[in-house]
Design a protein around this ligand. Structure first.
Ligand SMILES: Nc1nc2c(ncn2[C@@H]2O[C@H](COP(=O)(O)OP(=O)(O)OP(=O)(O)O)[C@@H](O)[C@H]2O)c(=O)[nH]1
Ligand SMILES: [Mg+2]
Length: 372
């Protein structure tokens, strides 16, 4: 059988094993033109919004993208600005070695309009530098709506020269959506050439498209990052935790000894506020996530009794979130700070404060100067 690759996910087409990437029935294989072939899984994602995940190990993924190292290329590293700990794995560093890297913070459409992009970029740079990762330039975009794409393309053209461009990053950060947007805006391709989905490991192989000057832009498979909530929740729960549209802030006036639960996924305790008086906490989470307020003294008991019901998602013990840990923040100046729950959202409050932020140990919890 001649080698044919799925147009949506890049997997090698095969007609023998329906549980493996690239499967298509013999009849369909005979029906499609090779240049238009999409696998059964891509077909189901696109037409029925149905996903069945594969378990492709990271080692296999890294093998697919290993060739990038051998080439002098421009790397466009995508991170989800909502999920820093879910967007960065040290393996990416091994992959990109000494290559030139541009950093793209994706999903800016989810942030309230009054966010200062520069502040987010500065924060991302600090976070990357802490991992020993430096970049040539950085930009925030929305792959969904094409925000800042002209600037992104200018940046890519400026740094790539005649080289090829590889779009890399963890699973679900929006690499395929970004390439689709480039194809649609600059190459006149129809919307959604590549398959996009809320599940991990949608893209299986490298998929290249020639740009106008002959360089090739490649979509690549995402490295799986166990720091994402997605890996512990059902698809239904996960969809409730990630914002789908611009986040609307909520304001809570909290007193010392009060707690907020963000579904059953994270928790914030106010140990003390500015003057021991009430403290304003602004929350930025998906509006489908239930935020529940209680007394800290009752918080553990509530969790035991109401996890999966009042405190949800998760909805059942099968959604086995890793053990929770708390991060304690005691800040004494009088600036505004965000406490970031990676993959979920953030809260803003003015220092001085002393708080505890709880989340599963795999999830990054950070503090940064407020971005609003
Ligand atoms: N709100 C918003 N959602 C986005 C954006 N870009 C991607 N998404 C969503 O994020 C999810 C993942 O997008 P993909 O493009 O499939 O991500 P990927 O990085 O290619 O994922 P893999 O192929 O699994 O590595 C989908 O549900 C997209 O709709 C964006 O700019 N804004
Ligand atoms: Mg993809």
């Amino acid at each position: 059988m001649k080698e044919v690759f799925c147009k949506g996910c890049g997997a090698k087409i095969q007609t023998t094993d329906s549980t493996q990437p690239g499967f298509i029935s013999e009849t369909m294989f005979q029906t499609f033109k090779p240049s238009n072939m999409i696998c059964q899984r891509c077909f189901r994602i696109r037409h029925y919004n149905e996903v069945y995940p594969y378990t492709v190990s990271n080692t296999d993924y890294l093998k697919v993208i290993e060739r990038i190292k051998e080439e002098d290329a421009l790397i466009v590293k995508i991170v989800d600005i909502f999920d820093f700990s879910g967007s960065f794995v040290p393996a990416i560093k091994t992959l990109t070695g000494n290559q030139d890297v541009i950093l793209v913070g994706n999903k800016m459409d989810l942030l309230p309009k009054n966010v200062k992009p520069k502040k987010i970029i500065n924060w991302l740079k600090i976070m990357l530098a802490a991992q020993g990762f430096t970049v040539l330039s950085s930009i925030l975009v929305s792959a969904k709506y094409g925000d800042n794409f002209d600037q992104l393309m200018e940046m890519i053209n400026k740094y790539k020269g005649k080289r090829n461009v590889y779009i890399v990053g963890c699973s679900n950060v929006g690499k395929s959506k970004l390439v689709n947007q480039v194809l649609k805006r600059y190459l006149g391709e129809p919307a959604d050439v590549l398959t996009v989905s809320t599940s991990p490991q949608t893209t299986i192989g490298l998929i290249g498209f020639p740009l106008l000057d002959g360089s090739i832009i490649y979509d690549t498979p995402g490295v799986i990052n166990k720091h994402q909530y997605m890996h512990y929740l059902t698809r239904t729960s996960y969809k409730l935790t990630v914002p789908k549209k611009e986040i609307k802030p909520l304001v809570f006036q909290l007193f010392e000894g009060q707690t907020l639960y963000f579904g059953g996924l994270a928790r914030l305790d106010i140990i003390s506020g500015e003057t021991g008086d009430k403290i304003s906490v602004i929350t930025y989470f998906a509006n489908t996530l239930n935020i529940h307020r209680t007394k800290t003294a009752r918080a553990d008991e509530l969790y035991r009794e109401k996890l999966y019901t009042l405190l949800s998602p998760p909805f059942s013990p099968e959604e086995d979130l890793p053990k929770w840990v708390y991060h304690e923040f005691r800040i004494r100046d009088n600036q505004k700070y965000d406490i970031v729950f990676s993959g979920l959202g953030f809260v803003t409050l003015r220092a001085p404060f002393h708080i505890r932020a709880y989340a599963p140990f795999v999830v990054g919890v950070y503090t940064r100067l407020a971005i609003i």
